[in-house]
Unconditional design. Structure first.
Lengths: 345, 345
DNA sequence: CTAAGCACTCGCCACCCGACAGTGCTAACC
DNA sequence: GGTTAGCACTGTCGGGTGGCGAGTGCTTAG
């Protein structure tokens, strides 16, 4: 049904609409792209494309705009991911290489991504589930308050304060710390959790009442920590881009902004990116209510066990090739960075 | 010049305008508040108030709206901070008491504040300058990569990865850690910095070339860390509130959102709150460009050395008594929380 | 000092109308 | 059969107009 020229027309419509943000008519189409036929012919093609649901007209006497289905076809078959310019690559490198710790890496990534794409960027912290335990530190903050700091090989630091019965023996905490570290060190979090549980019961039997209670609290908190560290944090940046001229969110802006402030929503948005590598969800393809007018370009990043997601959110009318290129480039760079390799440009 | 009735009129205008978001005229004024005089009299008073610069009319045939100067007078002399309802207090308590660590406390605080006031909330992390060092941890992440984790008594954890020449001796790091901890433990950050510097030079002389280089890198990084930890982090929440109906940011929204995404701007906004306790900056009183249409209600929180700031940002046309009440209440509660006292409601 | 009456000033809104862009259809053309 | 030219049609957008109403300032009287 769709011969080559019709596809070319669709491609031209998408590109023009994205560029001008105005419904595109048959005449302007033949003017801007040299399609070699007359407007009337294009009109016939457009009629077919509309019938098939790839384009639509906002009102009778206006040009056509792509539908979600049209964008989908465009992304899948009519465009290619745009590689970044050397200048852009250099910018990524320079900006990221100044990061001093994991928080900083994530923070810079999200800001970088939002600036490159001029859209809302979202980055999920590197997952902990595959991470291995590097060290656990126990500290007496105040009588009855113990601070626990858990460090993983991904550079992530989880902290927590627990209330315990007043510590009686001076060397309980160091002792406990040594034991816990001995048991957990180098283990994956899941394995560490089990080891800690086992140690907990054993320890509890051997020691006197008060100490036992302390140990119990610490072990419980530690397990809780390991467990909770699984619900990933997500950071967002570039919300101001939603208000850029040409974004017709005007009315739904409130809804979109509200949605984007919810960690859960952001998680789901990234989580929907089922595809292993680069993924694009367009308009109604998202399951998040209120975000039907947006598209999400996301990608996994990292290697092996240390894997997570990042992406950007923008209007369905976005520059897909460019956005996909930026997301892919940043994902690759950050992936190498947190894997400990010194990434080339 | 301003007798009691004129002040009452101003008070009524501010309240009405904040409530209805529409310019208020003389007739509606006498209808809603029983001022005991006729509209004509009010009109005379309003003429005086306008002449003095407390109110203005957006256009000739409209009612009056308060000017920044008018709000200022209202805040200073015509209103009182509204105490929170028991229900609100309970909500604060419940919400905050589930926090598990400092990040969580700050995160919850900012969300709580934005929900209570229905405005953009900003919270600055508790300052480190007065904090004392609790512990320093050094970890070999990979050959040539050392992770440093600095923990203070405020519960704040700073981390950083440094690249070093490959570590040769196995016990260099533990040894170094022990020495550094011995020197820093319990000290204020500034004092710790000096102690570390002293130790650095001393250590460097004693040890062989490679180790010396490692020590130098670590000490340098540590000092840098202490130094940088002074540029405070600020978190923001509730940006969606900017788009609530009735906020006439419509055009300047972009500017405001952009400003609020800049850490530096947020810092300055809070920093301007010179007054010890609760402070209000109205409209043009702020020095931040682009935020002339907003007011900032801020407060310090915490006690003694551990002191920082929080606040909310909203349109000049805001419910000052209510907002001030909420900010004050949250500041007090969080202050107690991070001081380690178990706060009563 | 307060109140009543009154003319006046604008912003808002609904309405109309013409210009315009783009379409679908039909008929001719290669 | 696909392509093209011509043409009537449809809906949006912008500007212009007029009535309405809220609110004011002024003047004058109590």
């Amino acid at each position: 049904m769709l011969d080559d020229r019709k596809l070319a027309v669709l491609r031209a419509i998408v590109r023009d609409y994205v560029a001008t943000e105005e419904p595109v008519g048959s005449k302007t189409l033949v003017d801007r792209h040299n399609l070699g036929v007359s407007p009337a012919t294009i009109r016939n093609d457009m009629a077919v494309l509309e019938e098939e649901g790839y384009i639509a007209q906002p009102h009778t006497s206006a040009g056509r705009i792509p539908t979600d289905k049209g964008y989908r076809l465009f992304v899948d078959r009519l465009s290619e991911v745009r590689a970044l310019s050397p200048a852009e690559r250099r910018a990524i490198q320079q900006f990221m290489d100044n990061a001093v710790n994991l928080d900083d890496v994530v923070d810079r990534t999200v800001r970088l991504l939002s600036q490159l794409t001029r859209q809302v960027a979202v980055v999920q912290y590197p997952s902990l589930s595959g991470a291995t335990v590097r060290h656990l530190e126990l500290l007496n903050m105040a009588p009855g308050r113990v601070m626990m700091v858990l460090i993983t090989d991904t550079g992530r630091v989880e902290q927590r304060v627990v209330e315990v019965p007043v510590v009686t023996s001076d060397d309980l905490l160091p002792d406990l710390r040594a034991r816990l570290n001995a048991v957990m060190d180098g283990k994956r979090l899941t394995a560490a959790d089990q080891a800690v549980a086992a140690l907990g019961t054993q320890f509890r039997v051997v020691d006197p009442v008060v100490d036992g209670a302390v140990v119990a609290r610490v072990v419980d908190a530690l397990r809780e920590m390991i467990d909770e560290s699984r619900d990933q944090r997500v950071v967002m940046a570039g919300a101001a881009n939603l208000t850029r001229a040409g974004h017709d969110f005007s009315d739904s802006l409130h809804v979109v902004l509200e949605a984007l402030e919810e960690q859960v929503v952001l998680m789901r948005l990234l989580g929907e990116a089922a595809t292993p590598d680069l993924s694009v969800r367009i308009g109604h393809e998202t399951t998040v209510a209120g975000l039907a007018g947006t598209s999400v370009v996301a990608s996994t990043y990292g290697r092996g066990e240390v894997v997570s997601r990042l992406g950007v959110i923008g209007p369905t009318r976005m520059d897909y090739p460019g956005t996909m290129g930026a997301v892919r480039a940043v994902a690759r760079y950050v992936g190498q960075l947190i894997s400990g390799e010194s990434p080339g440009a």
